[in-house]
Write a protein that binds this ligand. Structure first.
Ligand code: MN
Ligand code: MN
Length: 299
């Protein structure tokens, strides 16, 4: 990989990791979700990076893909299991990282540990030549040893410039995929553990959007907004909060653009049987004989 590009991945990774820790420290009983999301996003901007995606806050049985709107009134409650998933990028070089915290109580300590340990285990065995199935097996073995299940339809992923999900999906169970990790790859590892069945399904809108394509017959003002989104995000996800601040316009514009097929609206992903979900994630660079963790040392 080009040295300049790698430097940007390192910088974006460092900022993502610090932003994650900053956000985790803010999470407490009574604090609004939107306060945390906005503070973490400000932190990323203030440190010279852009958002790779909106700050994701997924609570309890919500596994992934939720970001509050500016009017969201939800507050963290005692006993909540909160996943904070943070992404910063510099010129498309992305850091993607997540951690889980329980608000006030410690009823789910083992669940949280199981995904954290799974991540740690994977980091210790990752090197060029290891197969994707072998990585998944390590996650599965670790999480099941705690008496929980890995979520089989959520995966880690390779990362390319301006591409959050590159060509490789990193399974959280042994899917026997023989594809091998190569030196120089940027990979996000994210074991999800649950007390439920181990599968997620879609439920409602996440307030996360992505540009798809310009469509014929758009009214000029909608066309203008669509082009501005395309130019500013280059295919990376965004929220209505970002849209209102950086482009201008209300949620009706977004809904209209989704209806027209210009934008994709991500669904919220919830555990199918209502199980509690924990997630830890790091972005790594694959070296000659292992990996460099780019998103901080907190595991
Ligand atoms: Mn993530
Ligand atoms: Mn990820």
């Amino acid at each position: 990989m080009d040295e300049e590009i790698l430097k940007k991945f390192r910088k974006a990774g460092e900022i993502s990791g610090r932003a994650r820790d900053y956000g985790i420290r803010m999470i407490a009983e009574g604090v609004k979700y939107v306060e945390v999301a906005e503070a973490v996003e400000e932190y990323i901007y203030d440190h010279g990076a852009d958002l790779a995606f909106p700050v994701n806050i997924a609570v309890n049985h919500v596994a992934a893909h939720y970001t509050p709107t500016s009017k969201d009134r939800k507050r963290f409650q005692y006993g909540d299991v909160v996943k904070l998933d943070v992404g910063a990028h510099i010129d498309g070089c992305i850091g993607d990282t997540a951690a889980t915290v329980e608000v006030g109580s410690s009823a789910w300590g083992l669940l949280i540990d199981s995904s954290r340990t799974a991540l740690r285990q994977v980091l210790s065995i990752m090197r060029p030549g290891i197969s994707l199935g072998r990585i998944g097996a390590e996650v599965e073995k670790t999480i099941t040893s705690y008496g929980f299940r890995p979520i089989v339809n959520l995966t880690g992923h390779s990362i390319d410039v301006y591409k959050l999900h590159g060509g490789y999906s990193i399974p959280n169970y042994d899917n026997h995929n023989p594809l091998r990790i190569k030196k120089g790859m940027i990979i996000a590892i994210e074991p999800f553990a649950t007390s439920g069945i181990g599968s997620v399904s879609s439920q409602g809108s996440s307030n996360i959007y992505r540009f798809l394509k310009i469509k014929k017959g758009l009214k000029p003002d909608y066309l203008q907004k669509a082009r501005e989104i395309e130019e500013a995000r280059k295919g990376l996800p965004f929220s209505s909060r970002w849209f209102m601040k950086k482009i201008g316009g209300d949620e009706r514009v977004l809904r209209r653009l989704v209806l027209k097929g210009v934008l994709y609206s991500y669904p919220i992903l919830v555990e199918e049987k209502g199980g509690i979900v924990a997630q830890w994630e790091h972005t790594v660079y694959v070296t000659d004989d292992g990996v460099d963790v780019l998103t901080g040392r907190e595991v």
